[in-house]
Structure formats: C-alpha cells, structure tokens
Design a protein around this ligand. Structure first.
Ligand code: TUI
Length: 314
C-alpha cells in the first residue's frame, strides 16, 4: 500500500491519474481507469458542451467511482463546457493550456475539486490562492501542449511552493517514474502515453502501434514560434509542420495544416496527415494491456522500488 493525501482527498484507491488526452480520453477509458481504482479523466478537448454532457452522463453509467473531466482552456467552447460541468457536478475538473481563474467560482460553488495543470510555480501559487484542491505539475517530457520546465525541476519547485497536493506528470510511464515522483515531493502521478495503448482506449491501431514501436528519440516539439509548443511523434505531418515553421510560414497557414490533424491520428490512423501526440515516455511503453493491468503494474513496480530503497543507504 502506498499512502497518499490525494487518495483521501478524492476517494481513490491508487494515486494514479489518467491524463485527459483530446480525442483519446472518452468515457469508456475514463470509467475503466476509475473502476480500476485510479482517476479516469474524460477530455473535453475542443468539443462542444453537448458532447461533453453526453460523455459525462455515459461515464456516470459506467462507474460509481470518482472521475474527472479535463477542460482545455484554449478551446472556443471552454466557457459553455465549464457551465455544463458545474451543472453536472462532476467530482473532479482538471484544466490545461491556461489559467482557469475565471471558472473557479462556479466550479467551487458546485462542490467540484479543481486540479489545474501548471507549468510554473507562479501559476501553482495563483490557483492555490483561489481554491484549487491540488495541482498537476506537468513537465515538458509529456505529449501534447507543453510548458518550459522538465518534470525533474518543476515538481520539486512546485511542491515546495504550495501546501496542496502535487500530482507529477510528464515522462512517467512505469513504477520507476512513479517512485521518483514521490522523491521529488509529489503525492500522485498522471500518465497519458501509457494509457494510449490501454485495451479500453479508442486510439487507432496505427496510433497504438506507433507507441509500442517508439524508441527514445521518437518525438519532436513543433509550434514553439507560435507560443503553443506541442510534442508529437516524428511523422510526415510534423516534419512538414517543422519545415514550414522554419521557413517562416504564417500562423494562419500553420493552423490550417494543423486543423483536424489530431482527429486524423486518433480516429483514422492516418499516418501521413495525422498528428500523433505522445510523450517521451513512449519509448518505455512496450505492451498493450487493460487499464486495470497498467495500474496494477505501476503500483507493484513502485512499491517494490520504494521497499528496496532503504538498502541504498548504508
Ligand atoms: O494542455 C495540455 N496538453 C495538451 S492541450 C492540447 S490541444 C492543443 N493543441 C494545439 C495547441 C494547443 C493545445 C494537447 N495537449 N497539458 C497541460 C498543460 N497546460 N501543458 C501546459 C499547460 C499550461 C500552459 C500555460 C497551463 C497553464 C498555462 O498558463 C499560462 C498562464 O495563463 O499563466
């Protein structure tokens, strides 16, 4: 058993969050993770309020355990999704790609535990001061939209700066990373890439095969120039995007190329035009498993490492 304040706070068996991945994390995956004792998270991504309400209701049918919804704050539908989540009184909301300040009031009034992703100490302190229940400190090893710092440096600095629990994310895909996160001051971990290959995950076969086949230097970051850096697998899409970026192509052109590219990867398995977002930990993901098996393996590995740790000190 690993004790964690986050388990008591949310009512979880295990201190493991499944990252909210746009297009990927739907109710089926989230419910499977929650039923296995972790925190399953539905991604609202850029979807509208009707889709999100439907997914939340499906998840409530599939599990009686706590689950969360991730709100991507750059979404044009963020405000209407925020209201639906307050109406539905979802147990947990995580946020990404921005400061959730303007939605805190309606979420807290609905009794929701709000757990923002923070890329810096400054935002961690700010959201703590307005009522966040915990923060997810996500380093740049992660997939998708990323911040500046790495997990190794971000987690201890955030843990020192706030009193609320810290969930470490970015580069964590096995029990070794989970044990390390504890040493850095985290109370739990969030994994995205490892859950991409879960049996219950809807990602296309092509997407899952890419994760399993990935080596250590298989990802690239594009979009730094436009201020929205995104980590994804090196594919024809990212190579083209990177070239256009280097050539100084306008934001508008780049956005045109990027629109729909994640959907093409997740839903169609389009290896040519798809944007396959994934973290650096893809190189550590070797097999397909159920969500319950992933959680069991993470816990067993982490516990074995932590139990053995005293032997390192003589
Ligand atoms: O959000 C993510 N990962 C994502 S979002 C996404 S969809 C997207 N696609 C293209 C461009 C942009 C987004 C795919 N993957 N992770 C959490 C995360 N949040 N990473 C970084 C941040 C972040 C960045 C700045 C959070 C807050 C923030 O605040 C800035 C401020 O206002 O202080």
């Amino acid at each position: 058993m690993i004790k964690s304040r986050i388990c008591e706070l949310i009512g979880l068996q295990y201190p493991i969050f499944q990252g909210g991945m746009a297009w990927v994390s739907e109710s089926k995956l989230a419910a499977a993770v929650s039923n296995a004792g972790g925190l399953g998270i539905i991604s609202a991504g850029s979807a509208d309020a009707a889709y999100v309400r439907d997914e939340v209701r499906k998840c409530k049918q599939l599990t009686d355990k706590p689950f969360g919804v991730n709100v991507m704050l750059l979404s044009p539908f963020a405000a209407e999704v925020a209201q639906v989540l307050a109406d539905e009184k979802v147990p947990v909301i995580t946020t990404g790609a921005g400061n959730p300040g303007k939605f805190m009031k309606i979420w807290l009034e609905a009794g929701i535990k709000v757990i923002p992703v923070v890329p810096s100490v400054a935002l961690a302190k700010k959201v703590e001061s307005v009522g966040a229940a915990a923060v997810i400190a996500e380093g740049g090893e992660s997939g998708g939209h990323i911040g500046e710092l790495a997990t190794m440096t971000l987690v201890p600095q955030v843990a020192e700066a706030v009193n609320i629990p810290v969930i470490a994310a970015g580069g964590i895909a096995d029990g070794r990373g989970m044990a390390a996160a504890y040493m850095l001051g985290a109370d739990a971990v969030q994994c995205g890439t490892r859950f991409l290959v879960a049996d219950e995950c809807r990602a296309s076969e092509v997407y899952k095969d890419k994760v399993i086949a990935a080596g250590d230097i298989e990802t690239i970051v594009t979009g730094r120039k436009g201020g929205h850096p995104v980590r994804a697998f090196k594919t024809p899409f990212t190579r083209k995007y990177a070239k256009m970026e280097q050539a100084g192509v306008s934001e508008e052109e780049l956005n045109k190329l990027g629109t729909g590219a994640l959907r093409k990867a997740v839903m169609d398995g389009n290896a040519e035009e798809g944007c396959f977002m994934a973290g650096q930990s893809a190189g550590m993901v070797h097999k397909r498993q159920s969500a319950a098996e992933i959680i069991r393996d993470l816990m067993e590995e982490c516990e074995a490492i932590l139990k053995n740790a005293p032997s390192l000190v003589v």
